[in-house]
Design a protein around this ligand. Structure first.
Ligand code: ARG
Length: 654
């Protein structure tokens, strides 16, 4: 068992009879920030003192008295107002480390009661190029999948791709009107992508033309409102009015920015004569695209045939990205898979009284929500939400999960709230439904990451650039080696691919998933700091010790050699190694891979201190040398396993 849960159970036993609901108190057992206060600290005596009306120190003493931890810890110490400080026994640490050396799972047990999870992640809308936004869902989902499986859960990964949406209407329209047959013959994907982009621009153009006058009018009104308010107030606004003014000003700035943006879109088309001509020739493109989509949805034979022709091309494209990222799915049941089930589902919900007709449309009303969930539009079209309801039903019937996790952008929060509430009304009450949401990837200017031309950044371009930069770093690092370069051109290329992709994934995983984060190649490829590069470097450094020392790792592991924790740096490293399992638990509490990256960073740092302070190959005695080699080996294995659970490979040399 992990150390922390073990301690919690022991405190639970100690508190039994003293308090009724100990869970909250047990959360107050934490890792000590400072080794002065031991390895772990229990801070429950203070709130408990308040609750029971007794001095906290006295309570701390009573808990310590009742606590059975002799096998695990030194006698507990009471400090300050009533902290209980615990220091793990060195012989216990040594014994656990010895077990980890012998264990391919590094001392991480498998859960006695595994659950079945369905993991819904990545889920791009195919037929448009994958972009930077897809990286988060894909890597967070993949990491959670790996961690859950490693601790023993059964996980079914299902890529719920968008393969039935308007983007197909766009491509169908493009195909009929703008196709370059020869280009399509040669490189179908590129041609489809070109058609998509072309139609997108023309649609945006007409949209912008339509919106511009309305928005421009709004800017005028807002400016007038602002001026009027200013005049009213005079020279000295009070705090509240000043705040109002600021709000008015920022509204005005936002509206202006939007106008500017529209003007830019319009100018981009009009300054490009062939494009401008197409815009004039296709004035009703927006409506026409919707029509193509609805013809596809209502089973039009020709549109369906073309859709079937496009799909393999689109799938091959995302498959290529997944291969490069090392991501695999058990199922790819996209939106199209559920289309036949939508009509019957809506009928059923109507029959059961769960759905109601409102103004010609059909909605599910859920308690506690003002907005209903629309499941069929007036014109008969089904929605994203309808498909998601059908998907839940299918998953419940076929996979019998205990939990379904959706790793999706935070902007879809309301959708999932309504969806989950509706699913509960449908009777799916026995399943955890969680939206594992995440924030936006920002550019260095703090705005959503875009190319200079204002487009979203393509995912493949991102990978290529990261690998290109990794290659420079790998080359510089190799060239600077004291005994000259070690890597061939081919090795450098391979290492760069691994390091580049790792950097990108790790940069994402190491963020608190709910925050936005700023994308920076320089930061994510830094050799120092909380980066994959630093971790991979730490790993490669250990491996190089073994190579230089001519050490046979297998022999070492099987030998009688024992780990010794004589110095503070060795002890700190040893303890950190034993916290691996705890880090995995913490990563799963709220589905946060950054708990694992934070652990790996701590581990790499402890290793670095150890490495500075404790000579390994030149240790004073053979026994000490063997002990330190064992610590090095366990560190390398833990880093490797930890990174693997994040979907990241290590390299033997870099
Ligand atoms: N395709 C959707 C999008 O790109 C994400 C789908 C997420 N999964 C789901 N079951 N709704 O926004």
């Amino acid at each position: 068992m992990s150390i922390l849960p073990d301690l919690r159970e022991r405190f639970r036993a100690a508190l039994d009879g003293m308090v009724d609901a100990p869970d909250e108190l047990l959360d107050l057992i934490r890792r000590s920030q400072d080794a002065k206060f031991g390895d772990y600290q229990a801070n429950m005596a203070m709130p408990l003192g308040k609750r029971l009306g007794r001095p906290p120190r006295e309570i701390a003493a009573e808990i310590a008295e009742r606590l059975a931890v002799d096998d695990l810890c030194e006698p507990p110490e009471i400090a300050g107002p009533g902290f209980i400080n615990l220091r793990l026994r060195d012989d216990w640490l040594v014994e656990r480390l010895a077990r980890a050396v012998d264990d391919p799972r590094l001392g991480v047990g498998k859960l006695p009661e595994p659950r079945t999870y369905v993991l819904d992640y990545s889920a791009p809308n195919v037929a448009k190029p994958m972009h930077v936004g897809h990286i988060r869902s894909t890597v967070i989902g993949d990491a959670l999948c790996r961690i859950l499986r490693f601790v023993g859960h059964q996980v079914i990964s299902d890529n719920h791709i968008g393969d039935w949406g308007t983007q197909f209407g766009m491509i169908l329209y493009g195909f009929r009107n703008f196709l370059d047959p020869e280009a399509y013959q040669r490189k179908p994907l590129d041609e489809l992508a070109r058609l998509y982009r072309l139609v997108r621009r023309l649609m945006d153009y007409h949209d912008a033309r339509e919106k511009l006058p309305v928005l421009a009018e709004r800017v005028v009104q807002q400016r007038q409102a602002l001026e009027a308010r200013r005049e009213q107030i005079g020279l000295k606004p009070d705090k509240k009015t000043a705040k109002q003014l600021r709000q008015l000003k920022s509204d005005l700035a936002a509206a202006r920015a939007e106008v500017e943006n529209l003007e830019k879109q319009i100018a981009a088309v009009e300054s490009d004569p062939p494009l401008a001509r197409l815009a004039i020739e296709h004035p009703n493109i927006n409506a026409a695209v919707l029509k193509e989509t609805s013809r596809l949805h209502s089973g039009d034979a020709e549109n369906l045939r073309l859709w079937r022709e496009f799909m393999p091309v689109c799938l091959a494209e995302i498959e290529r990205v997944y291969r490069r990222l090392g991501v695999e799915f058990d199922h790819t049941l996209g939106e199209s898979f559920y289309q036949d089930q939508l009509g019957p589902l809506v009928e059923e919900l109507l029959d059961q009284g769960l759905a109601k007709t409102s103004d010609g449309a059909i909605c599910v009303f859920v308690a506690g929500h003002d907005v209903p969930m629309l499941i069929r539009k007036k014109d008969g079209a089904f929605l994203y939400a309808t498909t998601d309801l059908a998907t839940i039903r299918y998953r419940m019937q076929h996979f019998h999960p205990d939990a379904i996790l959706y790793v999706v952008d935070h902007r879809q929060s309301l959708h999932f709230e309504l969806l989950f509430a509706a699913a509960r009304e449908m009777g799916h009450t026995d399943v955890e439904l969680t939206h594992v949401s995440f924030g936006t990837v920002l550019g260095e200017d703090g705005r959503p990451f875009r190319t200079r031309a204002g487009d979203t950044v393509g995912l493949e371009g991102l990978l290529d650039e990261s690998v290109r930069r990794a290659r420079e770093i790998v080359a510089a690092n190799d060239d600077a080696k004291p005994d000259g370069p070690e890597l061939s051109e081919d090795q450098r290329r391979q290492v760069a691919e691994t390091v580049g992709i790792a950097a990108l994934k790790y940069a994402d995983l190491s963020q608190n998933r709910t925050s936005d984060y700023v994308f920076s190649y320089d930061k994510m490829l830094a050799m120092n700091g909380n980066t994959a590069t630093y971790m991979q470097y730490a790993y490669a450094r250990v491996r190089s010790i073994f190579r230089r020392g001519g050490v046979d790792v297998q022999r070492l592991r099987q030998s009688e050699a024992a780990i010794r924790l004589d110095s503070p740096a060795e002890r700190a490293l040893g303890l950190e190694l034993l916290r691996f399992s705890e880090a995995l638990d913490m990563a799963l509490v709220d589905y946060r891979p950054n708990q694992l990256t934070a652990y790996l960073f701590d581990l790499a740092n402890r290793y670095s201190t150890f490495f500075e302070q404790c000579p390994v190959l030149k240790a004073e005695s053979d026994a000490l040398r063997a002990s330190r080699l064992l610590l090095c080996d366990l560190t390398a294995r833990t880093l490797q396993k930890g990174l693997e659970l994040l979907g990241i490979d290590v390299v033997e040399q870099m």
